[in-house]
Design a binder for this molecule. Structure first.
Ligand SMILES: Nc1ncnc2c1ncn2[C@@H]1O[C@H](COP(=O)(O)OP(=O)(O)OP(=O)(O)O)[C@@H](O)[C@H]1O
Ligand SMILES: [Mg+2]
Length: 250
């Protein structure tokens, strides 16, 4: 399988405190890679290092390389990097006082990427990909905040997809959702992998097992084990991985 993102010797500090240690990881293209591990082990920090969100935090220091198609994102323009590598967070945050349409169109508009007619097409296409179009096509002018939380999460996914990224990073995208919305988003993620490389952080090991092709287990800022998901769950190589997946550490 082709590698889309290669992380090389990645280290991250907040002020003087190191939280990511020498991470090396090859993330396969057009596949879903799950990142699992106990709370505080560095999953979100790792994800944010991939699209340079730590640039925005003065006390954060990142060392190492993150290669997207072989090119170091830390040597590229950060805004271009964040367009290519989109991010979806745990809690959907529709922009208040913006309609459903505007919520999806905003990134494209700010980047001046499309004219009006094209914008309408992009919004429709993104909402369709996010499996939300049928539910909102007649209420595009309603506020984004009027949607249910599950719909809002699909709205933020549509907003991210509107920028036509190549990689989608998702940090616990279903942990704030009800089971029906969670299932919808899981189906959506599986459908998206034909066109995208997806990295999903999850606390839900059944979710990782259900939808991911590969799984990385993190502990104390390190990648302990990376393997095909079925293999990692069936046949963990490290004792600490086994303890985590059998619920003996949390
Ligand atoms: N902006 C920040 N400033 C200082 N420390 C931070 C910051 N962000 C994260 N940390 C610290 O880095 C460590 C890793 O945090 P991170 O959020 O990556 O963990 P996580 O694995 O995503 O946890 P969770 O499962 O609870 O979301 C933690 O000890 C956390 O306190
Ligand atoms: Mg986290």
């Amino acid at each position: 399988m082709k590698t889309k993102i290669e992380i090389r010797n990645l280290n991250v500090w907040f002020s003087k405190r190191q939280v990511i240690y020498d991470v090396n990881l090859k993330i396969p293209e057009q596949a879903i890679t799950a990142v699992i591990g106990p709370s505080g082990c560095g999953k979100s920090t790792l994800l944010r290092a991939i699209n340079r969100l730590h640039d925005l935090i003065p006390e954060a220091k990142v060392k190492g390389e993150v290669l997207l198609d072989g090119k170091d994102v830390y040597k590229d323009d950060p805004l271009a990097v964040r367009r290519k590598i989109g991010m979806v967070f745990q809690k959907p945050v529709p922009f208040p006082s913006m309609s459903i349409f505007e919520n999806v169109a905003i990134g494209v508009k700010l980047n001046d990427l499309a004219k009006k007619e094209k914008l309408e097409k992009i919004v429709e296409r993104s909402l369709r990909m996010a499996a939300l179009w049928d539910e909102v096509k007649d209420i595009l002018d309603s506020p984004g905040t009027s949607l249910s939380v599950g719909q809002q999460q699909r709205l933020t996914i549509a907003r991210t997809l509107a920028l036509e990224p190549e990689v989608l990073l998702m940090d616990e995208p279903t942990s704030a959702l009800d089971p029906v919305s969670m299932k919808k988003i899981e189906e959506l993620i599986v459908n998206l992998k034909n066109d995208y490389t997806i990295v999903i952080v999850t606390h839900d090991m059944r979710q990782a097992a259900r939808i991911s092709d590969f799984t990385a287990f993190m502990y104390d800022g390190k990648i302990i084990e990376f393997n095909e998901t079925s293999e990692l769950f069936r046949n963990p190589k490290e004792e600490i991985t086994e303890k985590y997946i059998t619920g003996r550490i949390s």
